[in-house]
Design a protein around this ligand. Structure first.
Ligand code: UTP
Ligand code: MN
Length: 466
């Protein structure tokens, strides 16, 4: 078994190892970019320097990955607006075809010599604890890891990133809510290699805590945490990796419970039955409308969808909003007696849907409504007067209580979803605006047509895996 594991890893290792040519092209591109940035910086009335960060600076990028991270460090006393303005000016000068993206502040992203370059302005602070903006930490990460990762460990990191990618948990974006590059590197460092990491993860009992630099316990509500937006639930995180460069920060703050569970599941698979496919992302064959129709018929459930135009948001905004919208819609359905068996969201650039698979899609004309016990005189009398003559049936007695049967407001999930009740639940802000403009409700066999656009996603839904 152990040989098998190593054989699989070495196959993967070869694939993810950038060759000499790729390294050379990268080095040349970075050198050329650095020259251009330095030239652009000379025009500015401030002292600033450029530094390469991220995986290409640490030799931990995956072959074929085209992402180059360059940071321009400005003096810490430069006002924020100035930093942003200078950052963008340099960015556009160096990457004339670049576009602006927005993290904590705007920066320029563009292509150069076949690489995707991120050109990010930050403050040249004395340490990661003195940061003014979350990105100010990044150079310290690079410094910390470059000192500790040798070529062998860097190679282990690449294998690990490929594994996490293959099983769908690589990335700290809010869609994946998985393992960032930096987190992966710290974990591989902690365990001394990919295999030890995987074997250990198979046995984790979250919450799992690491404190590589022994920073120890700190108070939780620190300013830097708040700036991160990660201060909400400091103790709920399934994985805690105290940032070696900033004791106040959990590097794994965005990593979800589900991502940790997924890692554990596939770690066990890999140990039990090592195979290269676990390092490869796979997509099911798309299903067609007839297959969808048959599948739900066999399941004896009723699919219901709320579909709308995908709002023009970056993924880190869109996916949390979709999640919130899904939660709101599921809650609404449940409260009205339409039991939801499972639900999901699916989106591409143009259209998005919340899909709720209903165990109950139609309800009787009436619903039961319990009143107070008769002996609670004041309440009981008020209840009786209110419903006497207006209820569909009753008031009558069930034990010591008054009960009435009232007309149900929504007999079908479709009627409920098409009503204004939809706007009384928590929806993503921008999605709510979109829904107010227009949306489409499909229930039952009408849902099948969505396979024309979302065949792969529906295939995944109908044949779910960890
Ligand atoms: P990247 O997302 O490009 O990650 O962020 P990476 O480490 O280079 O890994 P890959 O190979 O491209 O996927 C660049 C750097 O920004 C900081 C880290 O220091 C990271 O190495 N960063 C990024 C964070 O601290 N947190 C994040 O959520 C993302
Ligand atoms: Mn990167």
């Amino acid at each position: 078994m152990s040989d098998e594991f190593d054989a699989v890893v070495s196959t993967v290792r070869e694939r993810v190892e950038p060759d000499r040519e790729e390294r050379r092209r990268l080095r040349d591109a970075v050198a050329e970019l650095t020259d251009r940035i330095e030239a652009a910086l000379e025009e500015l009335p401030v002292e600033a320097d450029v530094i390469q960060v991220g995986s290409t600076a640490r030799e931990t990028w995956i072959a074929g990955d085209r992402d180059v991270d360059l940071f321009v460090r400005f003096p810490p006393d430069l006002p924020r607006e100035q930093l942003e303005a200078y950052g963008l000016q340099v960015g556009h000068e160096v990457l004339p075809d670049g576009r602006e993206e927005y993290a904590e502040h705007p920066y320029v992203v563009g292509e150069f010599a076949g690489f995707d370059v991120d050109l990010v302005p930050c403050y040249d602070v004395s340490g990661a604890t003195a940061i003014q903006s979350a990105v100010d930490r990044t150079p310290f990460h690079t410094e910390y890891l470059t000192e500790r990762l040798d070529a062998d460990l860097a190679s282990e990191v690449r294998v690990c990133k490929q594994f996490l990618t293959g099983i769908g948990v690589y990335g700290s974006d809010l869609r994946t809510r998985g393992f960032s590059g930096y987190l992966t590197e710290l974990l591989v460092l902690e365990y001394g290699g990919f295999r030890s990491f995987v074997e250990a993860a198979a046995d984790w009992h979250p919450p799992v805590e690491f404190d590589p630099e022994g920073h120890g316990e700190r108070e939780t509500a620190s300013p830097s945490r708040e700036r991160d937006g990660t201060s909400d639930r400091p103790f709920d995180d399934p994985l805690m990796v105290i940032d070696p460069t900033d004791p106040e920060r959990n590097v794994a703050a965005v990593c979800s419970e589900e991502s940790v569970a997924r890692l554990q599941h596939y770690a066990r698979e890999l140990v039990a039955d090592p195979r290269v496919e676990l390092f490869e992302q796979s997509e099911p064959e798309p299903v067609d409308p007839d297959t969808v129709l048959d599948a739900f018929e066999r399941r004896g459930t009723t699919p219901a969808t709320v579909g709308f135009e995908t709002p023009d948001l970056v993924e880190d905004d869109l996916y949390p909003q979709l999640e919130k919208t899904r939660g709101g819609i599921v809650g609404l359905l449940e409260r009205h007696g339409f039991d939801v068996l499972r639900s999901t969201t699916i989106a591409d650039e143009d259209r998005a849907v919340v899909l709720a698979e209903l165990a109950v899609a139609e309800r009787p004309a009436i619903q039961r409504h319990e009143g107070p016990p008769v002996h609670v005189r004041e309440h009981a009398e008020r209840f009786f007067e209110r419903y006497d003559g207006t209820a569909a049936a009753g008031p009558f007695l069930d034990g010591d209580r008054y009960v009435v049967e009232r007309e149900r407001q929504f007999r079908t999930a479709a009627a409920l979803l098409e009503s204004d009740e939809l706007f009384d639940v928590g929806l993503g802000t921008t999605i709510e605006r979109q829904l107010r403009e227009s949306y489409t409700v499909r229930v039952g066999s009408d849902v099948a047509v969505l396979a024309e656009r979302f065949g792969t996603e529906l295939a995944q839904y109908l044949d779910p895996a960890p």
